[in-house]
Design a protein around this ligand. Structure first.
Ligand code: PMP
Length: 415
């Protein structure tokens, strides 16, 4: 036993849930809504964070394998990023026009991503994916775009997985294909041939609830060829993967370059910013569209993004996370096998996804992650998780000590 198990009840959290139920529809919304979607022990409300740790409002500490659902990549309150942000905040953040940081960050993005000749900024991932689609439509004069099913790219009318409030015709210009299926992509291209503005893809298949699938390089290459043949833009949605797989671009190692890439989440280690970068062939389309927002020009997140990208590059953040991720995967899978509950970790080890064998209703994974949370390790039952460079080998070993206890906690449940 590493530590005593956390009590089931979280009185401060419950008090906030009760108040939220009165003034926030449904008590919470979107991906942060813990009720029903997550194991009962997940806290809804958080009070602070440092390095690889987060604390709930009842002051329980967790090794956080969600990293704010991706944005944290160099550790919470990373001193390099915090000092760059604080320095900029002393001069100004949201002013009546952009600061020099905007040009500097655009230059850094163009330097970092080999396919990029220009950059534009927003706040959330959805800003970047939606802008990329609009730019592709503006550049090509075509209406349709192709996406994998279900492939989340944001919460707008085109992409939200929940159709409440979305008129059916909002999706009339979208064609669908199965990730990693060349035949399915070719069929979608054939069906909409001549009217395709863009093909949008994530670097690997990271849909919720199912084991993750790395991209088949042949599939990526075929997507590139088909987009080129159609005069359509190939958009890589790196909102989730940015800075975790390959800082230059997730598909650089397989030699496939997109025309545009969307980033957000990790690129400023938690400061709100999104980026679209693109090739010269789309510069005119990007010049013609009208995309903007009151906070899209704020200087502090731009300063934070530069510090994050430079520091991540300096320390080769993806390799750091890969080493810790491999240690975590190996340790967890060994514990599962020893407990007679074979589990597998799929996806890149920096973004692990948990699933148990013979668990169609997710009962095992909910029980295990619930026990892990009560042991102080925040694990997710159906969404990919995230490592950061603050997840050192020592912290991974601490987490494994706690997951060992979590396996013991569920040993009597009869799985
Ligand atoms: N694309 C991908 C691949 C994502 O994972 C997400 C968010 N989970 C988005 C786009 C949308 O980003 P945001 O929630 O910041 O709008």
């Amino acid at each position: 036993m590493t530590d005593p198990i956390r009590p089931q009840a979280l009185p401060n959290d419950q008090a906030l849930r009760d108040r939220a139920a009165v003034v926030i529809p449904g008590g919470m919304y979107g991906h942060m809504k813990t009720e029903k979607a997550l194991p009962p022990s997940w806290p809804q409300f958080w009070s602070r964070s440092e390095g690889a740790y987060g604390w709930d409002v009842d002051d329980n500490r967790y090794i956080d394998f969600m990293c704010a659902w991706g944005p944290m990549v160099l550790g919470y309150r990373n001193p390099v990023v915090e000092s760059a942000a604080a320095k900029q905040a002393e001069s100004g953040d949201t002013i009546s026009g952009p600061s020099a940081r905007m040009v500097e960050l655009a230059e850094l993005m163009v330097e970092t991503a080999p396919h990029a000749d220009w950059a534009m900024f927003g706040k959330n991932g959805n800003d970047a994916t939606a802008a990329a689609i609009r730019i592709a439509r503006s550049a090509t004069g075509k209406a349709k775009f192709l996406k994998a099913t279900p492939a989340y790219h944001g919460a707008n009318d085109w992409f939200t997985p929940v159709l409440s409030g979305v008129p059916a015709d909002e999706r009339s210009n979208i064609g669908y294909f199965d990730y990693n299926s060349i035949a399915s992509l070719e069929a979608a291209v054939a069906e909409h041939s001549g009217d395709i503005a863009a093909i949008i893809l994530t670097p690997f298949q990271h849909d919720s609830f199912i084991p993750q699938e790395l991209v088949d390089p042949e599939f990526a290459r075929r997507a590139r060829e088909l987009a080129t043949a159609q005069g359509a833009a190939l958009i890589l949605d790196e909102v989730r993967t940015g800075l975790r797989l390959d800082i230059r671009g997730a598909w650089e190692s397989i030699g496939v370059r997109p025309d545009m890439t969307a980033y957000s989440k990790a690129i400023a280690n938690g400061y709100p910013i999104a980026v679209v970068v693109g090739a010269d062939s789309l510069r005119e389309g990007a010049t013609q569209v009208y995309v903007t927002g009151s906070f899209w020009y704020s200087a502090v997140p731009m300063a934070a993004a530069m510090a994050t990208i430079r520091h991540a590059t300096e320390i080769d953040a993806p390799s750091v996370m890969e080493a810790s991720g491999a240690r975590f995967k190996e340790g967890l899978e060994a514990q599962g096998a020893a407990a007679g509950l074979p589990l597998s970790i799929t996806g890149p080890v920096q973004m692990p996804h948990l699933s148990f064998a013979d668990d169609p209703e997710l009962k095992k994974v909910f029980a295990f992650t619930d026990a892990a949370v009560r042991r102080g390790v925040l694990l997710h039952p159906w969404h990919n998780m995230f490592l950061s460079t603050a997840h050192t080998p020592g912290i991974i070993d601490e987490a494994l000590g706690r997951t060992q206890d979590a396996f013991a906690d569920i040993a009597d449940l009869g799985f």
